[in-house]
Design a binder for this molecule. Structure first.
Ligand code: BDP
Length: 727
């Protein structure tokens, strides 16, 4: 008997970790993203829509029509708990009609101006009450418009909207809405924190993974219509015939979903893969080389999107190597692509290693004089802030300074400086902060969004309008490493489509589609998301501090670093902490970065009393005892922000724990574990920064604030040789 008991004990000990894991991680692993088509809860809605949406008229045989058919087949029978049938006549009552808006259709359904005003990608969804019953019409000028309309209708169902009287007309505000993958050809992803690159180059072009199709579906569902497949620090090999076949295979998969493929190209490709002695854009042989390359490209990929170029930046080759301007370089490539309808997206994140001028000032100095010189199929892609995707930056002054150039927005979705894929940070609030910033280019109301969507363009609308996001996608089963990383991908797409949407609406839609439809849980999740960005700013870089992270890998705090190649690579350059105070003087007495902004902002940013406190130390070096609006000293306020950040992550963690049982266990546990790490890392940021800055301020922590447990030396001794995503 004794033996039997010990055998049972042993056996349970052996199996229990397994069953524990099974219990924790069974269920939704995140692969389905926001395209979860589980049954609509509300039986009344379900019943109504069963009548209205399960008989579908969808003529046409194009790849896109097929994609629509497949999506409806994947979605509706599950959402509505009833099989669907495709019917052969449009005029049947109680049906869903998905048709292009021919003259006859426009007339029959009385579509009018709302239809004619749609762009090629726009759509109209309308409930029609006919004598026989209800019809729901999705119409558009193209198959892609119909696909977008279909996804919008499905989204309405997923988010519990009442669609009985649906009447929506939408067109994207920005023409090219793209993801930039910083994926290398060996499947390493620069600044990627979600596993290997999703492009399995070795097995392409023959092996076509389901993940590629699901990636295309996810992108199309939020209106993304362009992807740059490879790293801006480009490998010239991508333009060789072997690689172009692989690229073409992906382009074929993405085409029905309205997604065009772009490639990052190395400016020195003519030398590296073309046997030329130079890559000078003014050289005839070089120009011809690119023209032939374009011809070859369009032969294999007829709808190729174009080139994304990082030139003369961080050691990359470019036209500057030959004394030519960015415009000369970009226009040479643009000319090669023009006959085929291709575009050049030329990055303004440039700074020369050799130049002493602070790197954040260089882009403006180099590009503004070129305003008006770029070809109409070139867009100049500007990062949202002047430095580099920091938790908070003011908008880049370039947005208010090039009225005759198509300016593209570059956001970073991958969280290089915002906690990798471990921290829960909802980025839509950051995106909106930039988009809604007023450049004052033409007085009040000249927002960054209006620059990007072309409304502020000097002569009519620019040919090109672009919003790009550096992707956070990898091979992790849940795609983005963190369930809430998916929300950032989703939000980026929705805002690129319509920058007027609120961050809150998008958060709520995403949460309903991804996590739950329980109203109370949604409230908790949305509030947690909406506060998350300010929280990370507080525990990493409050009051306008920036660039305090570890070198190279950018993991964790290292405000003490002062030994890197260029002065402006060092955190000490940016915080300038000394016995007197802290912050970087960017007014006329300092770097004079304020001079790059419109007069309105110069007045505000030059005066610490007028500068928003969120950007105080971005623009000013101030004494430790400087009086803040709250009456606190700067030192006390700084410490309080750091502690607030940690308190708020702990609060987030508590909020999350209340969701146990209300959302899927697997998703719940993934986020629970990540939040536990985030709490630890937030404390690490707080303690390392407070201890370090205290060596200058020489002041005690404000009353009631507990001193960090570890020493500054401890934090300074930490190394992370294998931190992911390094450049
Ligand atoms: C920085 C990244 C680096 C990129 C660079 C860029 O650290 O890996 O190559 O930007 O945007 O944020 O080109």
């Amino acid at each position: 008997m004794k033996q039997l008991i010990s055998l049972i004990v042993m056996f349970t000990a052996f199996i229990s970790p397994v069953s524990h894991a099974a219990e924790m991680f069974a269920g939704e692993d995140g692969y389905r993203l926001w395209l979860k088509y589980d049954r609509i809860n509300d039986p009344v809605q379900r019943h109504q829509y069963q009548k209205q949406l399960t008989r579908i008229y969808l003529p046409g045989q194009s790849g896109t029509t097929l994609a629509i058919r497949q999506e409806l087949t994947a979605a509706l029978p599950h959402l509505l708990a009833k099989p669907i049938t495709f019917i052969s006549h449009a005029n049947r009552a109680n049906s869903l009609v998905i048709v292009k808006g021919t003259q006859a259709i426009q007339k029959r359904y009385g579509l009018g101006e709302r239809f004619t005003k749609l762009t090629d990608e726009g759509f109209l969804i309308k409930a029609l009450n006919t004598k026989q019953g209800q019809q729901t019409l999705i119409t558009a000028k193209s198959d892609i418009g119909l696909l977008y309309g279909t996804f919008r209708l499905i989204q309405q169902l997923q988010t519990g909207k009442d669609i009985r009287q649906i009447n929506l007309a939408e067109s994207p505000k920005i023409r090219i809405r793209m993801l930039d993958h910083w994926d290398d050809l060996d499947r390493h992803t620069e600044r990627g924190y979600a596993g290997q690159s999703i492009w399995d180059w070795h097995k392409l072009p023959d092996y076509k993974k389901q993940r590629y199709y699901d990636y295309a579906r996810a992108n199309a569902s939020i209106g993304i219509n362009g992807v740059a497949l490879n790293n801006v620090n480009a490998d010239a090999l991508i333009l060789t015939p072997t690689w172009l076949k692989k690229v073409a295979a992906l382009a074929d998969i993405f085409r029905p979903y309205g997604i065009k493929v772009y490639l990052s190209v190395k400016f020195s490709s003519p030398q590296q893969i073309g046997d030329l002695k130079t890559s000078d854009p003014n050289n005839k042989a070089v120009q011809q080389w690119w023209q032939k390359k374009a011809q070859e490209l369009y032969h294999v990929i007829p709808d190729f999107g174009g080139f994304l170029v990082k030139a003369n930046s961080e050691g990359q080759p470019g036209p500057g190597d030959y004394g030519r301007t960015h415009a000369e370089g970009a226009n040479m490539l643009a000319k090669a692509l023009k006959p085929y309808g291709g575009n050049v997206i030329w990055r303004a994140f440039v700074y020369s290693h050799e130049e002493d001028t602070e790197r954040s000032l260089q882009a403006y100095n180099e590009f503004v004089p070129l305003d008006g010189q770029f070809a109409d199929n070139v867009s100049v892609q500007v990062k949202n802030g002047p430095i580099d995707f920091q938790p908070r930056e003011p908008f880049s002054p370039l947005f208010g300074a090039m009225p005759q150039t198509s300016l593209a927005m570059e956001f970073q979705i991958t969280q290089e400086y915002l906690g990798f894929s471990t921290h829960l940070v909802y980025l839509a609030t950051l995106f909106k902060e930039t988009l809604d910033s007023d450049t004052y280019q033409y007085g009040k109301g000249s927002t960054v969004a209006k620059v990007i969507d072309g409304s502020n363009y000097k002569a009519g609308k620019p040919h090109l309008t672009v919003m790009a996001g550096v992707a956070n996608i990898g091979m992790d089963r849940n795609w983005t490493g963190h369930i809430f990383g998916q929300a950032n991908w989703y939000a980026f797409g929705r805002l690129a489509w319509d920058h007027e949407l609120s961050a809150e609406t998008i958060a709520s839609d995403w949460a309903k589609m991804t996590l739950t439809n329980d109203p109370q849980a949604i409230q908790t999740i949305v509030s947690l998301m909406m506060n998350s960005r300010e929280t990370i700013v507080n525990y990493m870089t409050p009051l306008g501090l920036h660039h305090l992270m570890g070198s190279d890998h950018h993991y964790g705090p290292a405000p003490w670093v002062d030994n890197l190649g260029r002065a402006d690579w060092n955190p000490v350059y940016y915080h300038r902490a000394d016995e007197q105070g802290i912050g970087l003087d960017r007014t006329a007495t300092g770097t004079n970065a304020v001079s790059q902004y419109a007069k309105h902002w110069q007045t505000i940013f030059s005066d610490p009393k007028k500068t928003p406190e969120t950007l105080l130390l971005w623009f000013h070096h101030l004494p430790w005892d400087y009086k803040m609006a709250s009456g606190d000293t700067l030192w006390n306020a700084l410490v309080k922000h750091y502690y607030q950040g940690v308190d708020d992550v702990i609060a987030m963690q508590k909020q999350w724990l209340t969701l146990k049982g209300k959302i899927d266990n697997n998703q719940f546990n993934q986020v629970r574990m990540a939040l536990a790490i985030q709490v630890k890392e937030a404390k690490w940021w707080r303690d390392a920064c407070v201890l370090y800055f205290q060596t200058f301020s020489q002041r005690p922590l404000p009353k009631g604030y507990k001193a960090p447990e570890k020493t500054l030396e401890y934090y300074q001794s930490l190394t992370f040789p294998y931190a992911p995503g390094q450049g």
